[in-house]
Ligand binder design. Structure first.
Ligand SMILES: Nc1ncnc2c1ncn2[C@@H]1O[C@H](COP(=O)(O)OP(=O)(O)OP(=O)(O)O)[C@@H](O)[C@H]1O
Length: 579
């Protein structure tokens, strides 16, 4: 249970205390009117039982006045309960979501390879929503719903122990039923949470992949994975409600049977003269008050059982260790790979025993067949992953000991597939330097050959771009991404040759922008078209994760090895045309 509360509070159990205390107060506040009503009845009863004494009107007035004042007390208790519980729940969920998003950002990219992006969205929205509901509703109701009967039992035992025992004797059997069926409930809840997340992930996949679905004429019905996931969710929901409902209902009926037992016992004792009418009435009044919250406790128990899985999913991600490191690397220094071995999956190396040196302020091209490990080299330099063997050092400092964020301050990246945020074009460029002035942004845009086309847009730099940059052409997105990199002005530039899929006009503009970006920097360029790297200072030729050759364009051609073969191949295909 401790673990449960630790998980749902995101490791801050103490933050649940104020709402628990407010719930307790609320529970206590509800007891007082019952006691006052019994007193009122007693006063009336005495006036009939002992006609000589007459009706104590003054006492009745006082009781009514206290009842009236008590309404105000109850209101304050309620208000405080709402304030505490909702305040705590929503702030825990909001800060928890943000800090989890921050935590996820600091994890290695390997984590994202293992997790479905849709699953992470569900975690941040759905699972947090579930926990939010548990903290704001289930936990306080559980506390007040348990406190009230326990306090009532303690008090009533002094009034009449036989009646008190009769009233609560069945409750432990209800709890026992819940406890005995706990593993079934846990299994049903786990299956349902899994099915719900799977369905949400498939739905997200369906919506993000809608272009491919249309392009390949895959109709809604034919998107089998989506249909299957909804079928599974339907079955899991029916099983969850169909099996858990009767279990909880059974526990509820058992617990509530205490009321009937108490009435039977009371009638028996009343007839035998062992119980007075006011005391019987007291039990009846308290009974109607305590069984309601006890029923709510049982219903909440089921919901809390369910949300335990959402809390556990959140904590599972929280337990993932972010990349460690506090060191920093010096810009303008050589980048050295020393017998580096790395694989995305342990036991399947993608880079093997790779050693080379990249001198500062030079252009180094990485070439090789598809899948030879070119992108992987750039990912290891940026410390998106850590190498399993060997070291990668910048200026003698191993990147594996560097603070990942400080390391990335020295690196600009331009990828083939540019992602633009759903924001203005100006703000998308600003990502390179968050405190950049408008002049700096425009200067970077000019050097990246995108100032003209941005200026011609209806709102210029304030023009919003669709999510992912869907409203811009490939070449335009490329140039915005280069403007970002120019603004960042990092000493190392990692460039995934971006011009391959562009038309000649766009290609010329992007090439010019790249020339601006690489001047005076240490550039590592993944080259797909060898024509563009003839003048590189050094060419590293990778083959199946190993360094096959190294040298300048002319040296490598003279060697008549892999590079010369790739070059020949490209020269031949360059002449290829659709007839
Ligand atoms: N995130 C990943 N998880 C698992 N395997 C990966 C991942 N990324 C790449 N790989 C695998 O690692 C190998 C090297 O990939 P890498 O992208 O570095 O090659 P590349 O030379 O850049 O290829 P290309 O020229 O086609 O882009 C490939 O076999 C690829 O399938």
């Amino acid at each position: 249970m401790n673990n449960y509360f630790y998980n749902i509070s995101g490791g801050k159990i103490s933050s649940l205390l104020p709402s628990g205390f407010a719930a307790l107060l609320d529970g206590l506040a509800k007891m007082v009117p019952a006691a006052l009503l019994v007193d009122l009845f007693n006063t009336i009863y005495i006036s009939f039982a002992e006609p000589d004494t007459g009706l104590n009107v003054a006492r009745m007035w006082i009781v009514c006045a206290i009842l009236f004042v008590w309404l105000a007390v109850e209101y304050v208790a309620y208000a405080s309960l709402y304030d505490k519980t909702y305040g705590v729940a929503y702030s825990l969920a909001a800060t928890g979501r943000l800090s989890l998003a921050e935590h996820i950002r600091r994890l290695s990219l390997g984590f994202f390879g293992r997790r479905d992006p849709g699953d992470l969205t569900n975690l941040l929205l759905g699972d947090y929503g579930q926990v939010e509901h548990t903290i704001s509703h289930n936990v306080p109701q559980l506390i007040s719903g348990l406190a009230l009967p326990l306090l009532a039992l303690a008090g009533l035992l002094f009034v009449d122990w036989q009646m008190a025992l009769a009233m609560f004797v069945a409750a432990p059997f209800g709890a026992l039923l819940l406890w005995a069926t706990d593993s079934v409930q846990a299994k049903l809840s786990a299956t349902h949470v899994k099915a719900k997340n799977e369905a949400a992930s498939r739905l997200q996949e369906y919506l993000t992949g809608i272009r491919e679905i249309k392009a390949h004429n895959m109709g809604g019905q034919r998107f089998e994975r989506l249909r299957l996931s909804f079928d599974q969710l339907k079955s899991a929901s029916i099983r969850l409600e169909g099996i858990m409902g009767p279990m909880i209902m059974g526990a509820m009926l058992l617990t509530r049977s205490g009321m009937t037992l108490m009435i039977l016992t009371g009638s028996y004792l009343l007839v035998g003269g062992e119980l007075s009418l006011p005391v019987f009435l007291l039990f009846l009044l308290v009974g109607t008050r305590v069984f309601e919250p006890l029923t709510v406790v049982l219903i909440n128990y089921g919901e809390m059982r369910y949300s335990a899985f959402s809390a556990e999913r959140i904590m599972e991600v929280r337990r993932e260790q972010p990349l460690q490191g506090t060191g920093s690397v010096q810009p303008g220094q050589p980048i050295v790979f020393d017998r580096v071995t790395f694989g995305y999956d342990a036991g399947k190396p993608v880079l093997r025993d790779l050693s080379f040196t990249i001198e500062p302020n030079t252009i180094t091209a990485l070439v090789g067949p598809s899948g030879s490990g070119k992108s992987t080299v750039t990912r290891l330099i940026s410390r998106f992953w850590d190498a399993q063997r060997g070291t990668i050092a910048i200026g003698g400092e191993p990147v594996s000991g560097a603070d990942p964020e400080r390391l990335l301050q020295h690196i600009s990246m331009v990828f083939q597939d540019v992602y633009l945020f759903q924001d203005t074009i100006g703000n998308n460029i600003r990502i390179g330097k968050m405190d950049a002035t408008q002049e700096e942004i425009e200067e970077a845009a000019k050097r990246a050959q995108c100032h003209e086309f941005i200026r011609n847009l209806p709102q210029g730099y304030d023009t919003p771009v669709g999510e992912g940059g869907s409203t811009l052409s490939g070449g335009e997105k490329q140039r915005i991404s280069i403007a970002r990199a120019l603004l960042k002005d990092a000493s190392i530039v990692l460039l995934d040759e971006a011009t391959a899929s562009l038309d000649p006009e766009n290609e010329a503009a992007v090439q010019e922008a790249i020339n601006e970006l690489v001047t005076g920097k240490t550039v590592i360029l993944i080259a797909h078209r060898l024509k563009t790297i003839q003048h590189a200072d050094k060419i590293l030729v990778l083959d199946q994760g190993q360094l096959a050759e190294e040298g300048t364009h002319d040296e490598l051609l003279a060697r008549q090895g892999l590079y010369a073969r790739l070059w020949q191949l490209q020269m031949n295909t360059d002449g290829w045309r659709v007839k």
